[in-house]
Design a protein around this ligand. Sequence first.
Ligand code: AMP
Length: 279
Amino acid sequence: MEIINTIAALKLLLEPIKQAHQKIAIVPTMGALHKGHVSLIAAAKQLADLVVCSVFVNPTQFTDPKDLEKYPRPLAHDIKMLEEAGCNVVFMPSVREMYPQPENWHIDLGAVEFLLEGEFRKGHYQGVTQIVKKLFDAVNPDLAFFGQKDFQQVLMIKKMVDHFQLPVKVVSCPIIREIDGLAMSSRNINLTAQDRQNALVLSKALEYVKSHFKEKNIESLLENATAMLKGTAGVELDYFTIANGETLLPEYDKNAGNLVALVAAKVGETRLIDNMLLD
Ligand code: AMP
């Protein structure tokens, strides 16, 4: 496994692969890797000849400086995980490498940018699309793998790819969960033992909606799921919604199709998100 820190070295390494018409996949991450990330690498290995995984905590997508500061960065653990996952190239640039000078970035991501996560983390998706565009420029990938865990992020990346008409296929992969249902996340490491227990209510509320979807109407599903979350001490709900999977607008017609339940909540000091497809 090659570990690369600069865009120039990365381009040099990938040039002959591209010339030979081999398929290159990128798996962008912010490190603190877990089995969710590993599943993306495994999916990428199935479809590509060479897998590049980037590990970069991108400052422009953080809206809270404290959140950026406390983001875990277990470098040795990450390298070991990547090696074991069969990753071919790790790209670990510095902030200076990715942002050599101050820059303005703004693209039209449509109305979805401002909903849900976009409402609670203003400017977040401008930062996300900014760094992913830079990573795509550096790697020139054929395929890019993202997790459904960040459901809205996948929509925003697809929008950015359309905006620049990039020749990249965006692949969304299923959410990997702990045995008890908690969606794996780099942020779970910050949960206290009590938070960890309380955090289960997110996946439980989603499971409740999914398992009662046939017999109850959307209003009562929302009411009961919200009550579960609000009734759990140490959990501060940002949103729980049942929405159209494209527009992310609330949907009250059970037969509308393409429905997804999405939740975000602060558990102790840690903000978590999760979602579940309903049909
Ligand atoms: P992050 O390092 O949190 O930015 O995540 C990097 C990629 O891994 C994103 O595409 C995430 O959606 C994906 N990811 C994070 N957690 C999971 C999970 N539990 N299951 C599947 N993919 C995940």
